[in-house]
Ligand binder design. Structure first.
Ligand code: AHR
Length: 844
């Protein structure tokens, strides 16, 4: 379409548009020119034991520290005060240099999760013991000494679960534990589920004989009421000594009714994402804080009491209750194939970086071959027979093996080559994945590896990155290998997540789809977060002991999996905004790691003064933003007294075209000071004076430098006259009366689109994203296919780009679906601000 024709069409569209200030454009799909095939495996999931995703999350076990092993130090580590120190052997990257990395040891007691309560004059104590262990994998048990128990006395051992045990009225819970007793303890032992105010929801009395050795006790508890923060109470009915171990409580109802299974509500949400594959068990988890603490699948099989826990780099022990077999089973239960990640003999580079020397790699390679045999080997093979014994004679759908996570460099590539060769020799059809780095591919590792089937790049991005880099995959050379984005998320500058982040993820997935010849797989990360202990800022599904919700990004990922076409169709987008958003809204003052003082601030707009500061008494309406700063009004100044990142704001949402004058001085710290001029395109627009270590004066949009910065710094203790003139999207900067720069914010592409054909459904699927603040009146033009009169429109949006789902508002942002009628080869539709629209158009 010529530009003149577009302008005419846009004018016509604007005229018929119900919205006065809509931008106008055309999305043209060429259905006659099908492109690359979109991989059926494009959308999968990635599970890692982080933020209690497994224990205290997906894994349905309700007792925390059931085996009394949670206070163990990670293998090979020593403790120094409240730090753990790994072995001082060389770091893989910097060898022969040794890393001085240590980790906080925040275990609050010797028996985390457990406490002892006494009442009515009873006296008792508890302690860990490793005498007469229940099993080699569970060497510690809890010794309970009941010294004195008067008639109305009570001794109770309490487990709080994972930030409370979620109990539901009418549900059954399977309790089991091991106990042994001395000659004096005559029982009974009463187990009860209780509310925080002591109400009994269910209970069972067990007879325990004196002088008994380890014996397993089990009962089913039926809950008479509901409580999100219940606890398990074990009460002892006589004096004496008793040892308990492996106390376990499961809801009788688990996902797919599997014993030792998954929590239904969380598993169901995951299943509803319809993932094509499940990547597990990490992530950094695969790497371990040391090579000794890497997960080892063979110790995660069989009886739970015999499973050796694994120390997660995220600071807690995993019971391995979800072991290798359970992962494979879960993948099958949610209809996904499995992608298993093995350690390459290298621990996490950001932790100790310790490694197994090249000559010690063979056992790890053999372990990998055994893992594959366990999953897909015949039931009469050595490892396949264990799978069959565990109840699954048929092979699992293990289709991918990844060697290492975020490992780097030629030395890693060489290790990969050894794994690759051994795996391919025995399992030629197995897809072997080479790890890569965050935000980019590692040519060194690729070259050294030589052959690999898929490359796994990780992509954690800031807000707007995927809007501004919609063509990022187009820049990758096509060299015959496939790309997997094993971990992606828009997770910086989005708080704990919001609609804009989800739209960022949508843009990223759209660019994956559009480059289907290269990108074959992708998975958002991290998947799960127990809100009581987030180890990562932005996660997809949030839960606590009894509730679960998906962020807007969860619905985005789900929509993409549900609406994955199988062939790419070419799309052209032309869009003219009605008006580009001017810099507007509240102004602000701030600092980056610096203390600074401000005074005599004036804001002018439309030729009149709209604000003049008066810091003689108080801050007069300035609002500090939660953060590390320390704002105070002193000596007629507004002072930020800490070397911190800090913000304070004043003004009106409607302010625009302002001139801001202020006197500012750096008190101490690494940088200068910052003046915020409002927002544009949802980004904070600021002038950072003496930024970047006091080297640059730069206009920035959400920390991204716009235009050419000036190489200069500020002097400590010197007052500067700052003046900034904002006109539309242009900022003019003056320091001490001297003009030192003018920057105009570039236009941001706000409408993006991709399209494909879903052969099975006989539909064209168009995904159109409006990332702007104004509605977009769009003409859809479908060439090369005859579109039926009726189609479907699926949409994800909300009123405010910062909106997000929460426990209080679970479904604030969920997709809506409606029928589109009167479709023709050319039809008009409106894309609301901050929205994703998926159009499914049947073709005749
Ligand atoms: O997803 C969280 C972490 O991010 C993963 O453990 C690691 O692979 C990545 O750096």
């Amino acid at each position: 379409m010529t530009r003149r024709r577009l302008v005419r069409l846009c004018a016509a569209l604007a005229a018929v548009s119900r919205i006065a200030f809509a931008g106008t454009g055309v999305i043209k799909v060429d259905a006659g020119k099908p492109g690359a095939t979109i991989s059926p495996d494009l959308y999968g999931i990635f599970f890692e034991e982080i933020s209690h995703a497994g224990d205290g999350g997906l894994y349905a076990e309700l007792i925390r520290n059931r085996g009394f092993e949670d206070a163990n130090l990670p293998p090979a580590c020593a403790r120094q005060g409240n730090r753990i120190v790994p072995p001082r052997t060389p770091h893989f990257w910097t060898q022969p240099k040794v890393s001085d990395w240590t980790m906080e040891w925040n275990v609050e007691s010797k028996w985390p999760g457990w406490s002892l309560q006494t009442a009515g004059g009873a006296t008792a104590s508890i302690g860990l013991t490793d005498i007469k262990p229940l099993s080699a994998a569970s060497p510690h048990s809890l010794q309970v000494d009941i010294a004195h128990l008067p008639a109305h006395g009570r001794v109770t051992l309490v487990n709080e679960g994972y930030w409370g045990i979620g109990v539901r009225q009418g549900e059954e819970y399977r309790l089991s534990f091991y106990a042994r007793s001395d000659a004096e303890f005559g029982g009974p032992l009463t187990a009860a589920l209780k509310t925080s105010d002591g109400r009994i929801l269910a209970s069972h009395e067990f007879a325990v004989k004196p002088g008994d050795s380890w014996r397993k006790y089990a009962a089913t508890l039926s809950a008479a009421g509901s409580e999100a923060h219940a606890h398990l109470a074990l009460s002892f009915g006589s004096r004496g000594r008793l040892w308990v171990d492996f106390v376990s409580l499961f809801p009788a109802k688990t996902f797919h009714d599997r014993p030792n299974g998954m929590r239904s509500d969380i598993a169901q949400m995951i299943a509803e994402m319809k993932p094509a594959f499940l990547r597990f068990p990490g992530g950094c988890y695969v790497e371990g804080i040391t090579v000794e603490s890497r997960p080892q699948w063979k110790t995660t099989l069989g009886r739970l009491e015999d499973r050796v826990p694994t120390y997660s780099p995220w600071g807690y022990w995993s019971t391995n209750g979800i072991g290798y077999h359970e992962f494979l089973q879960f993948a099958e239960d949610i209809g996904a194939s499995a992608l298993y990640v093995v350690n390459a003999g290298i621990s996490c580079a950001f932790r100790s970086g310790t490694f197994i020397p090249d000559e010690g790699l063979e056992p790890l390679i053999q372990d990998t071959l055994d893992a594959i045999e366990y999953a897909i080997g015949p039931p009469d093979s050595k490892w396949g027979s264990l799978r069959a014994k565990a109840g699954h004679p048929a092979p699992f759908e293990l289709r991918y093996i990844e060697v290492g996570n975020e490992d780097q460099g030629p030395r890693y590539g060489e290790r990969f080559a050894r794994f690759y060769k051994a795996i391919k020799a025995r399992y030629p059809r197995m897809n072997v994945v080479l790890g890569s780095w965050i935000s980019g591919i590692d040519r060194g590792a690729m070259r050294a590896a030589g052959k690999f089937d898929i490359l796994d790049e990780h992509a954690y991005r800031g807000l707007y990155w995927s809007f501004d880099n919609f063509d990022s995959f187009e820049k990758y050379k096509r060299e015959g290998w496939d790309l997997y984005i094993g971990e992606f998320a828009t997770n910086a500058g989005v708080g704990r997540g919001n609609l804009l982040a989800a739209l960022g993820d949508a843009a990223y997935m759209m660019s994956m789809e559009n480059n289907a010849d290269l990108v074959k797989m992708g998975s958002y990360a991290p998947l799960l977060e127990n809100v009581n202990k987030p180890d990562w800022e932005v996660n997809l599904i949030h839960f606590d002991s009894s509730r679960v919700f998906g962020r807007a990004a969860y619905y985005m990922c789900k929509l993409f999996a549900e609406n994955r076409p199988d062939t790419v169709l070419p799309v052209q987008v032309t869009y003219l905004p009605a008006a580009e958003s001017p810099i507007s809204g509240r102004i602000g003052l701030g600092t980056y790691g610096t203390a600074a003082d401000f005074r005599d601030l004036r804001v002018e707009s439309g030729g009149r003064v709209v604000y003049q500061s008066d810091f003689s008494k108080d801050a007069g309406g300035w609002q500090t933003e939660a953060g590390d700063g320390d704002w105070a009004v002193e000596d007629g100044m507004y002072r930020q007294k800490k070397e911190a990142v800090a913000w304070s704001y004043f003004g009106d949402r409607g302010w625009k075209d302002v001139t801001v004058s202020v006197k500012a001085r750096k008190a101490h710290g690494h940088e200068g000071f910052v003046v915020v001029l409002g927002k544009a395109d949802n980004r904070r627009i600021e002038w950072n004076v003496g930024g970047f270590g006091n080297h640059l004066h730069a206009v920035e949009a959400d920390d991204e430098v716009i235009g050419t910065p000036v190489h200069a710094g500020v002097e400590t203790g010197k007052w500067y006259d700052v003046k900034l003139e904002v006109r539309g999207r242009t900022v003019r900067c003056y320091l001490d009366g001297k003009a030192i720069g003018e920057v105009t914010l570039p236009r941001v592409e706000t409408v993006l689109a991709v399209a494909g054909r879903d052969a099975k459904a006989g539909e064209i699927v168009i995904k159109a994203l409006n990332t702007g603040h104004e509605p977009a009146a769009v003409s859809f033009e479908i060439d090369g296919a005859e579109v039926a009169a009726e189609g479907k429109l699926i949409r994800l949006t909300s009123r405010n780009p910062e909106d997000e789902n929460s426990f209080e508002d679970l479904r604030r942002i969920v997709p809506t679906t409606r029928t589109l009628r009167g479709l023709a080869p050319h039809f008009a539709a409106e894309l609301p601000p901050w929205s994703l629209s998926i159009l499914r158009l049947p073709v005749r």
